[in-house]
Design a protein around this ligand. Structure first.
Ligand SMILES: Cc1cc2nc3c(=O)[nH]c(=O)nc-3n(C[C@H](O)[C@H](O)[C@H](O)COP(=O)(O)OP(=O)(O)OC[C@H]3O[C@@H](n4cnc5c(N)ncnc54)[C@H](O)[C@@H]3O)c2cc1C
Ligand code: FES
Length: 266
């Protein structure tokens, strides 16, 4: 948690990478400290702010991948290299790689949820000797919505990195079908530790597939997205059962949130 959680900081955009028609990765010069799984509140003057996952940080360059979903994110996506980006953070808990030591680490992501998994995957690659294996399963709607394509060659080389597209495409020679199908096809140990981020239905049905493989919900950690305003546990916008997603999360052990996850109105 930052000392003054409302303190706004500025940082220069040094690179803007086009990922898809409506999604950009911003590489920002920054000397703060962050952990994989955390998020920042990104601010646009006169418009508002939005929680955005930290997609990477190497001590100097912070990465955020932002889809133009509404007012704030559309304005941020119009920023250019050399512009300043304003943020407050970092917030939330983090992916704890220590719990996966000596075991198989399985990363499961869908759509833009991959932004919340990318950095912990990069850290797992650096530390891959500490795990019995590192498997990353990523599902994307179609060929044109794939994120971080410029890293794939390296990721395929380093770990068991698998992608599936919901919709077939003549340009795509890999797996086709929902992420649940890819989980079904992949050999997974029942003592694996799973880190997951994606839309709620993807999470719900992926957990069911993982359970069929003997992986119990206490071994599955999920990063949740909920509408947030304050991000410090005061406004109540992000409440999920008894939890504040903004400060108790965004990462939860699935066994602790399952009963709320499966209630539609929570
Ligand atoms: C922890 C966390 C990490 C995130 N990481 C990323 C990331 O890395 N990249 C990224 O692009 N996004 C990320 N998001 C999602 C992003 O914060 C939201 O999409 C945010 O709402 C965008 O703000 P906006 O003002 O641009 O759009 P909004 O105006 O908030 O609209 C976004 C969408 O939400 C709908 N909506 C708006 N208000 C409500 C409401 N009260 N209830 C239900 N639906 C509503 C809108 O119709 C629209 O479809 C993350 C969210 C969380 C909580
Ligand atoms: S966003 Fe305000 S309590 Fe969580």
């Amino acid at each position: 948690m930052v000392e003054n959680p409302y303190l706004l900081k500025e940082a220069e955009i040094v690179e803007k990478i086009k990922e898809t028609t409506d999604t950009y990765t911003f590489r920002i010069k920054c000397s703060d400290s962050f952990k994989p799984g955390q998020y920042n509140m990104i601010y646009y003057f006169g418009i508002g702010e939005a929680p955005i996952s930290i997609a990477g940080f190497d001590g100097e360059i912070l990465e955020h991948t932002i889809r133009a979903a509404g007012d704030v994110t559309s304005h941020i996506d119009s920023l250019k290299e050399g512009d300043l980006l304003y943020y407050r953070g970092s917030y939330g808990n983090f992916w704890d790689l220590e719990i996966a030591k000596g075991k198989s680490l399985v990363l499961v992501s869908g759509g833009l949820g991959f932004a919340a998994i990318k950095w912990v995957m990069e850290e797992a690659i650096k530390r891959k000797d500490e795990f019995s294996s590192v498997i990353s399963l990523y599902g994307s709607k179609n060929y044109d919505s794939l994120l971080y394509t410029y890293h794939y060659e390296m990721w395929y080389r380093e770990i068991d990195f698998k992608i599936t597209l919901d919709n077939p495409d003549p340009r795509w020679k890999g797996d086709v079908g929902l992420i649940t199908e890819l989980i079904r096809k992949t050999k997974l140990n029942k003592d694996s530790i799973v880190f997951m981020c994606g839309p709620d239905p993807m999470v719900k049905f992926s957990v069911i597939e993982l359970e069929k493989k003997g992986i119990t919900p206490d071994r599955i950690y999920v990063s949740m997205e909920r509408h947030m305003k304050c991000s410090v546990g005061t406004c109540g916008h992000c409440m999920f059962g008894p939890f504040f997603v903004c400060k108790d999360g965004p990462i939860f052990r699935y066994s602790e949130i399952r009963e709320f996850f499966e209630r539609k109105e929570v």
